[in-house]
Write a protein that binds this ligand. Structure first.
Ligand SMILES: [Zn+2]
Length: 69
């Protein structure tokens, strides 16, 4: 028995686009940052395509940006 392949991708956005009022912005602050070879939050050295060493740093960075806007 094979799994049924649906035409709808499973990894697409699960939620409809927000009305961009007070909910979370669709583009995170961190996604506009260029990779600089180290973590933007804790300055840990990274490869040239990553901005953060892990999700916690990314989230923490985002939170800081949200609150200091
Ligand atoms: Zn980090």
């Amino acid at each position: 028995m094979e799994p049924i392949q649906e035409s709808v991708p499973d990894d697409g956005p699960a939620m409809p686009p927000p009305s961009s009022a007070t909910s979370a912005p669709p583009v995170r602050t961190r996604q506009m940052l260029p990779p600089k070879g180290s973590c933007w939050y804790c300055e840990k050295p990274l490869d040239n395509v990553r901005r953060f060493c892990d999700k916690e740093c990314a989230d923490a960075f985002d939170e800081e940006k949200e609150y200091t806007r």
